[in-house]
Ligand binder design. Structure first.
Ligand code: SF4
Length: 441
């Protein structure tokens, strides 16, 4: 019996890339590739990349160097790069990395099966053309997986906001929304196969439909999704604070399946920095939205992103960010040191913060956030949480799941509970997770 062709797929970066990787697996299954966790066994290695920060991009180049040795040992191995680094670099990447076979951009996933076939014949090729109309979102395979209870569903792609530090509008293209009828059909199909939770995905989900003539807006889409029989949980990401409307906040009070968690990136707590970033809201407006969210959904867990050391950020600006974090009390924060990205407006800003200073600020921020996260996690002890059990935990012999607020919970329970919603009493709060016990009927 032949083992068939094996694909090793590495995913870098955001949930959008995780979702794209799921599509890549489905597309390549259609041309005979099965996933493997072992790159040395693979016939095809694909890196699905992120270029949002310079560090993420460097990581991709380092990985490509590592694959050179594997390719020498196994000359038939096909090596491909997709995602934002591929989009940004295009054919340059093929020229710079002689052992690379395929480069495919963020709008070209659907071409991958053809490209892999051509690479099997010995061709080296790059496809990075943008498709800036709604046909782009019709080009993906239907998700036919039957395992698991939770799915990402892309509802829109691209971004028109042009925050001055961000490369996304250049590597993901302009904002395009999928037809709501297609989104609702896809989710109904998933629910029929046992999916209980969906996360609606987009670079800027709250502006869903805004630029599509005759299309419903994001609030209406959420309400329609909640009417699908069998849907137990709805999440969405990423939201932009400037588009976080009152009707959307009301959804947290009115839609029972909408989870008590929101990822709302502030990026900074200083109005001067927010303005230089072109974020389109002030600290006060951001905090106003948080207060309304907490009133609509008491106990809602809030997570965010913070950039440290944006050009011109003073010590006072940075302290304003720390005080914002204290006020919001984020459950978690993804924090990053600012790095220049090609093509962006901020790449031309000259008032840079020193490297050591940036690092020192990031360290202070991390210490603060770790304290807040631990306090929040310990605060759950003694409460009963509804947990959707997703699978086996990395802690041996346990299962893991998530609360409505997206906190990870480990419990000792029978594997037959995977895919069930159960009541769990929280017994311990750790830095990165909660420990719980099943509430017996
Ligand atoms: S909203 Fe700003 S940070 Fe987010 S993807 Fe668009 S440009 Fe980038």
């Amino acid at each position: 019996m032949t083992r068939g062709k094996l694909l090793y797929l590495e995913t870098f970066g955001c949930q959008m890339n995780v979702s794209d990787s799921e599509k890549i697996l489905t597309l390549l299954k259609g041309v005979g590739y099965k996933p493997t966790q072992d790159p040395s066994q693979a016939d095809l290695v694909i890196l699905n990349t992120c270029s949002v920060r310079a560090k993420a991009e460097e990581k991709v180049y380092n990985h490509l160097v590592q694959y050179k040795g594997l390719k020498r040992k196994k000359p038939g191995l096909i090596l491909g790069v997709g995602g934002c680094v591929a989009q940004q670099e295009g054919v340059r990447l093929l020229a710079n990395v002689p052992h690379l076979d395929i480069v495919f951009g963020t709008h070209n996933l659907h071409l991958l099966p053809e490209m892999v076939r051509a690479a099997e014949e010995g061709e080296r090729l790059a496809e990075v053309a943008f498709i800036d109309n709604e046909t782009r979102l019709d080009l993906f395979p239907v998700d036919d997986r039957t395992d698991g209870v939770s799915r990402f569903v892309t509802v829109m792609q691209g971004c028109d906001n042009f925050c001055t530090y961000c490369i996304v509008p250049y590597v993901r293209g302009r904002e395009i929304s999928r037809r709501s009828a297609d989104v609702l059909d896809e989710i109904s199909g998933m629910v029929e196969k046992g999916v209980m939770e969906v996360t609606l995905l987009g670079q800027n989900v709250n502006s869903y439909g805004a630029k599509a003539a005759g299309e419903m807006n994001f609030v209406s889409l959420l309400r329609e999704v909640s009417k699908i029989r069998g849907i137990e949980r709805i999440r969405f990401t990423t939201s932009h604070p400037k588009d976080f409307s009152r009707p959307l906040i009301d959804c947290f009070a009115e839609i029972p399946q909408l989870c008590g968690h929101i990822h709302l990136p502030a990026q900074s707590g200083s109005n001067a920095v927010l303005s230089a970033m072109n974020r389109g809201y002030t600290r006060e407006e951001y905090l106003g939205s948080i207060a309304l969210l907490r009133a609509a959904c008491p106990g809602i867990q809030i997570t965010g992103d913070i950039i440290v050391g944006f050009p011109g950020e003073t010590e006072d600006d940075f302290r304003a960010t720390l005080s914002l974090m204290e006020e919001v009390r984020y459950a978690d924060v993804f924090s990053f040191i600012y790095s220049k990205r090609p093509e962006t407006k901020a790449a031309g800003f000259t008032d840079e913060v020193g490297k050591d200073e940036k690092q020192e600020r990031l360290d202070r921020l991390i210490v603060l956030q770790r304290r807040i996260t631990l306090e929040i996690n310990k605060g759950f002890v003694g409460t009963v949480q509804k947990v959707l059990i997703e699978g086996e935990s990395r802690r041996g012999g346990q299962l893991f799941g998530r609360t409505s607020g997206n906190r990870i919970v480990n419990i000792t329970a029978d594997a037959s509970l995977v895919g069930s919603m159960v009541d769990v009493v929280i017994t311990r709060g750790y830095q990165n997770s909660l420990q719980g016990e099943l509430v017996e009927e």
